[in-house]
Design a protein. Structure first.
Length: 222
């Protein structure tokens, strides 16, 4: 029996941390960054928009605070200077005040593709071979989907975005994936997917999910 894409529906509530304006902003990547393996976001689609969200507020904070994590190069420098205990990174108060935690929902969306599922990997290996073969990918798997090559993951997302039915209508609303930062379920909604803002919160120091992620990443929130 031939492999098929594993499809799923996003949960009723999704979370994202973003700047105050614009609200629920779809990510877009320019042509220069689209050609770079480490630029942009994992499932951006060149020429189109993608809105990222997480199933939990914890996941949303993890995805946006990851840039502040202490690096191994900094740790090595501090250790050489005898100051390894000072590795904790500071997140300035301006980061919080310039952003909001938003809860939103998708409205009657097309099904999302579960990019984590082995059956999806088999299907894409067989059908998207023109994308995978030049990148020396013999068989798609979780390690590659969560790997560092954004050319690969953006290529997969773009391939799915371009799939249409017999009438030329898009078939998929986006991609379900798991964060590279931990066991956080995330969603990348393709443009054309209607979304609605449910709730907005300022980001306060006592927010429990913020405290949790700061502890995971050894961050000090100012």
């Amino acid at each position: 029996m031939p492999a098929e894409l594993v499809l799923c529906e996003p949960p009723s509530a999704l979370y994202r941390v973003e700047r105050i304006s614009p609200v629920l902003s779809f990510s877009r990547i320019n042509a220069v960054d689209a050609a770079l393996d480490t630029a942009g976001n994992r499932f951006d689609v060149p020429g189109a928009g993608v809105l990222y969200g997480a199933t939990s507020a914890t996941g949303a904070f993890a995805e946006t605070l990851a840039v502040f994590r202490p690096s191994s190069s900094l740790a090595a420098k501090l250790a050489a200077a005898g100051g390894a205990d000072a590795l904790t990174s500071h997140v300035p108060a301006s980061w919080r005040t310039a952003r909001r935690l938003r809860r939103f929902t998708t409205i009657n969306s097309l099904p999302f593709v579960d990019i984590e599922h082995p059956a999806t990997h088999t299907y894409l290996t067989e059908r998207a071979h023109a994308l995978l073969e030049p990148r020396n990918v013999d068989a798609l798997d979780v390690a590659l989907v969560r790997g560092p090559s954004r050319l690969l993951t953006r290529g997969l997302s773009s391939w799915l975005y371009a799939q249409t039915d017999a009438h030329g209508a898009p078939q998929y609303g986006g991609v379900r994936y798991v964060s590279r930062l931990g066991d956080f379920e995330c969603w990348a909604a393709f443009d054309g997917t209607a979304v609605s803002l449910d709730k907005e919160q300022s980001i306060e120091l006592e927010h429990p999910e913020l405290i949790e992620v700061a502890g995971l990443f050894d961050l000090r929130m100012d």
